[in-house]
Every structure is written in C-alpha cells, then in structure tokens.
Design a protein around this ligand. Sequence first.
Ligand code: DX5
Ligand code: ZN
Length: 230
Amino acid sequence: MTFDRKIKIAPSILSADFANFGAECEAIEAQGADWVHVDVMDGHFVPNITFGPATCAAIRPHIKGVMDVHLMIAPVDPYIEAFAKAGADVITAHVEAGPHVHRTLQAIRAAGAKAGIALNPGTPASAIEPLLDMIDLVCVMTVNPGFGGQKFIHSQIKKVEQLRALIGERPIHIEIDGGVDPTTAPLVAKAGADVLVAGSAVFKGGSVTNPNVYGDNIKAIRAAAQGVWA
Ligand code: DX5
Ligand code: ZN
C-alpha cells in the first residue's frame, strides 16, 4: 500500500448481497472502487452481528486491491491475528473498544497490517493525540456504528477539520464512515478526508447482474468529492 491523499471510494459490503460476497467484491472493484470496506460486528460492541475472520479469508481472493477491515468488536485484541491472517491490509479498531488501545495498535502493526483507529460520534478528536505515531488511518464515524443506511451526523465535520490539523504532514489517512453520498462527500472532502466509505449509496439500485449502477454511484460520489477542488 502506498500513501496518498487522493480521494478513495471504499464501498462497504454491509450493503452487498451476503449470499454473493465474492462476486460483489469483484463487481465493485471492476466498477471503480479503490478499497473494499469490510464491517465486522459482534452484537456486543454494536447492536448487530455480521461475520468474522473466516468470511474475510473467503472473500480475500476476490479482492485485488485493499481489504479494509473495520472491527466493531470488543474485546478486539484476541482476534487481531486472525483478521491479519485472513488477509486484511488495514485493520481498524475502535478507541472505545477497550482500555488498552495503544496495545491494540501495536498488535495490529506487529501482525503486519496497517493500523486504523475509529472514533464514535461522541469521542473527541483529541483521543488520537497520544497515538499519532501508532496509526496509519483514523476513521471518523459519521453515524453511530451498527447499521448501514443511517443519516449523516453533520457535527462530525468539525472533528475531521481538527484531525486534519492534528495529523499535519504525517502519512495518516482520514476515513469517513456513515451516510456518505454525493451530498455529504464534498463536505468531508473539504474538511480533509481522503477515504470515503459508502454502503447504501454505492449498492442502491444495482446488483452483480446490473453492476453498471455501482459504477455510476461510485462516480457520482467521487465527482462530488473532487468537485471541491475543481
Ligand atoms: C456502520 C458501518 C458502515 C456502514 C456505512 O456501522 O461501519 O461502514 O456500512 O453504510 P452507509 O454508507 O449506508 O451509511
Ligand atoms: Zn465501517
């Protein structure tokens, strides 16, 4: 993985057909996705359950690019190695998931993955200040995690600006997760985000047999985000 701040669209397969993950991953990459965002939920840290490392390992051969694994689980440490072995390029844990986030980040890098830290909407930007040398990505939750298709929380834009200032020249991605669509994408891009996760806004109206819709949806989000600098 090389670092740049160009806008990257990361469709979340939380909105894909769960019976067809392999083909869905191939379809979104063929239609222009930069990263594939994989939402792991445990029914404990968040009120929903998705899947674990075995599913990540199964879909890995169907993804050519970056597999971006977002762990909404607590505890997180006992499972890091399994997700790294499953082929995750980026493993993101929540700062709220346990008392030892520094150790968690050390473990992610030791397992050979890029380390991400996610902040829930109620958590301030300053939470990552002591961790800046430990992270490759900060994920700003613009919804309360657990479900796709929720409404974007506008108060998080200020947090993105604060994080952008905190990060300075460090090679740390700012990822936005939740409620990203062509309306909200320019707001977060302007504030300094470079990785835009989008579930419902990418998958809506399309399918593996009608994948051009995914491409149109991805293009619309990217164009809206990039329009900021046009
Ligand atoms: C929320 C997940 C998100 C979610 C985004 O808990 O982490 O990745 O799938 O979905 P949309 O884009 O529909 O808000
Ligand atoms: Zn996510």
